[in-house]
Design a binder for this molecule. Structure first.
Ligand SMILES: Nc1ncnc2c1ncn2[C@@H]1O[C@H](COP(=O)(O)OP(=O)(O)OP(=O)(O)O)[C@@H](O)[C@H]1O
Ligand code: SF4
Ligand SMILES: [Mg+2]
Length: 391
């Protein structure tokens, strides 16, 4: 039985990075800055009624780039990630769109093709590392096995490589750690083990869905620093889902803001944080700027997002938006380019592009730009109330 298939794994658990690959898959290796992942018009349906939980999601992650994914609970972050790993829960399916991993189309792959990719060209780490490790096997064995199977290493070679990998992810006395069982290690150590397993075959893309949420602040910072180092050293593309806006601000190059199954804003993190273009992003940042950056729950704006399958015809944020007008409720709102501020004009490359899903983005820009954000909570006192904007 593979470690990820043990019966105690959470229902619908993603297969671990060590699962089931029987042969390597050669892929084109993008150079630094080149697209590793290109998602276009992704739609995901859930349940027997095939309600759309993710709709028209498009984004790119480049080699060596960290892209943050934020949004309230239920906004479609995990489903999007799981679709990229070929591990959607039962009853959920990609109904449209494309996701290309350095030239390989991921949508429509069969089980065996997924198994050849997962853990080799793309890998993942999760919130609860203990759930993805087999309690009956030493962590060393759980790393050495996939090295043998996927990379064809001999027993001694695999063991040596595993120890080396444990050392490279900052585990002290890696040769001793090799012989430990999961219950003998702390949460932070287990997350390092899972990261070692994830990067063992040098993937092009690492998906981290709330991977540091359960860790205390100090360990979280260490694990994030580790991911940043691995990203630099291996030109690894990182897709980082988190509720923690401080993490987004400090760790990511670009950010995707999800709301009710759609991206409502994306762009370079520094710009989005400095000058949010969507009222939802601005509201999230305003709350954070009041001193609560390390949030576990982003449901801080009055009201609730629409239920999956019961989305309104116009802007999905309209019921909670202080700037909503009648026209916002009648027409589908497209994701459009944000007119860049003069100071941002130097960064006009494709990955520097900004987009927003708001009919009033241009006229609201001055009001929303008044939110001055500092991830350490040192927000300007006058930044919490946006300027008056005509209703
Ligand atoms: N297994 C499932 N079966 C049916 N519907 C699902 C399933 N998983 C998710 N959904 C639906 O898809 C929506 C998006 O779920 P998803 O797990 O992607 O949210 P999320 O943004 O990751 O939230 P969280 O921040 O709580 O992790 C949910 O609101 C729910 O309606
Ligand atoms: S389109 Fe209208 S309701 Fe939606 S975010 Fe913009 S102003 Fe608010
Ligand atoms: Mg999630």
């Amino acid at each position: 039985m593979r470690p990820s298939q043990r019966e105690s794994a959470p229902e619908g658990a993603w297969e671990s990075a060590s699962a089931g690959v029987t042969e390597g898959v050669a892929g084109t290796a993008p150079g630094a800055g080149e697209p590793v992942l290109s998602v276009e018009g992704l739609r995901i349906t859930v349940g027997a009624g095939r309600a759309e939980a993710v709709r028209d999601v498009s984004f790119t992650v480049r080699a060596g780039e960290a892209v943050g994914v934020v949004g309230e609970s239920g906004s479609g972050k995990t489903l999007t990630c799981r679709s990229l790993l070929g591990v959607l829960p039962p009853g959920c399916a990609v109904s449209a769109g494309s996701a290309r991993l350095a030239g390989t189309e991921l949508t429509g792959l069969g089980r065996r093709e997924w198994e050849r990719l997962r853990g080799v060209r793309l890998a993942a780490v999760f919130q609860d590392p203990a759930s993805y490790l087999n309690p009956a096997l030493t962590v060393g064995r759980q790393l050495a096995e996939p090295l043998r199977v996927r990379l064809g290493l001999g027993r001694a070679q695999a063991r040596a490589r595993a120890v080396e990998l444990f050392g490279s992810v900052g585990l002290h006395r890696p040769a001793e750690v090799y012989h430990r069982y999961p219950h003998e290690l702390s949460g932070g150590m287990l997350q390092r083990v899972l990261i070692a397993i994830a990067v063992a075959c040098d993937p092009q893309l690492l998906v981290a869905d709330e991977a540091t949420t359960a860790l205390d602040t100090v360990v979280q910072a260490e694990v994030l620093a580790l991911l940043a180092r691995l990203r630099r050293e291996r030109a690894l593309a990182l897709l980082l889902v988190t509720h923690d806006l401080a993490v987004v601000a400090e760790v990511t190059d670009r950010v995707l803001v999800f709301y009710a199954g759609q991206i409502v804003e994306d762009g370079p993190t520094a710009e989005v944080v400095r000058r949010p273009a969507h009222p939802y992003t601005a509201a999230l940042l305003r709350v954070a700027s009041a001193g609560d950056w390390h949030r576990r729950d982003l449901s801080v704006i009055p009201g609730r997002p629409p239920e999956t399958g019961a989305t309104p015809p116009g802007c999905r944020f309209a019921d909670r938006c202080a700037f909503a007008q009648d026209r916002c409720r009648t027409q589908e709102v497209p994701l459009t380019a944000v007119v860049r501020a003069p100071g941002d004009a130097a960064d006009d490359a494709a990955d520097g592009a900004r987009r927003v899903r708001c009919l009033r983005a241009a006229e609201l820009a001055p009001a929303l730009a008044d939110v001055r954000i500092d991830p350490r909570g040192e927000a300007r006192a006058d930044a919490r109330t946006p300027k008056e904007v005509p209703a």
